[in-house]
Design a protein around this ligand. Structure first.
Ligand code: MF3
Ligand code: CO
Ligand code: CO
Length: 237
């Protein structure tokens, strides 16, 4: 799972280096695809429930599961990129939101707060703590800054399958839920909206957008909960 995580993280970094005004989301998809296959791994998303691409590319008010296509990124956009790699039967799943050139102040804050909510959630993922401690870490970090957390999509266990138990919500109560045991591997993935937490799915059946059209950011790491503390398997460094 370390190897799978490293590959997913590498693909995300390759995409990140290419994000700039003028590039299409399809071109970003190809960059991730090439990175994964040249390393002998499999793009986890491709064919998953009929999903047609290697990455999810979610621009501005798109929350998650945007399908790459001919859309051209422009200065001021923000883009969430989610990528999965399968290596020797195990999955790594990771996402980040990137600014395209210079972006509005609120978008910069949204990205920072979402990244920070993930870091706090990871810090809460300790043996003996509870699932609700992770959820509350995300929710409180986002809401303290005036943003909202999406309810309709959640993090998850990861292993031989991308989506395993338990569900890892981005909202909830500290001190509740299952106790975290050493060896548990989960994907924590805050989806934080500038406005309402309500979302809907576009007619393409995949793209999730905010109901109010305001922007959303998404970060995700696959982590292993170990006796010595949480280990980020999708750490790019
Ligand atoms: N990787 C997403 C998640 O974080 C799920 C992507 S669904 C797919 O759970 F169809 F695009 F693969
Ligand atoms: Co993901
Ligand atoms: Co995930």
């Amino acid at each position: 799972m370390r190897e799978a995580g490293r590959l997913a993280a590498g693909a995300l970094q390759a995409v990140r280096a290419a994000v700039k005004p003028g590039i299409t989301t399809d071109e970003l998809d190809q960059i991730a695809h090439q990175f994964i296959v040249k390393n002998g791994a499999k793009p986890t998303f491709l064919g998953y429930r009929g999903y047609p691409k290697t990455i999810c590319a979610s621009v501005n008010e798109e929350v998650v599961h945007g399908i790459p296509g001919r859309r051209v990124l422009k200065e001021g956009d923000i883009i969430g990129v989610d990528v999965g790699a399968t290596w020797k039967g195990f999955v790594g799943d990771t996402a980040a939101t990137f600014p395209v050139g210079d972006v509005p102040e609120e978008s910069r804050r949204l990205i920072e707060v979402t990244r920070d909510s993930l870091q706090r959630a990871i810090a809460a993922a300790r043996v003996g703590a509870r699932l609700g401690d992770i959820s509350w870490a995300v929710q409180s970090a986002a809401e303290d800054k005036g943003f909202s957390v999406v309810r309709d999509f959640v993090g998850h266990g990861v292993g031989r399958q991308m989506h395993e138990e338990p569900a890892v919500p981005n909202f909830g109560e500290a001190g509740t839920g299952m106790r975290l045991a050493a060896g548990l591997v989960i994907a924590i993935e805050p989806m934080v909206n500038a406005g309402t937490h309500h979302v809907r799915v576009l007619p393409d059946g995949w793209t999730v957008v905010t109901e109010d059209g305001r922007r959303s950011a998404h970060f995700e790491h696959t982590i292993a909960i170990l006796d010595e503390g949480p280990l980020i398997l999708t750490d790019p460094s």
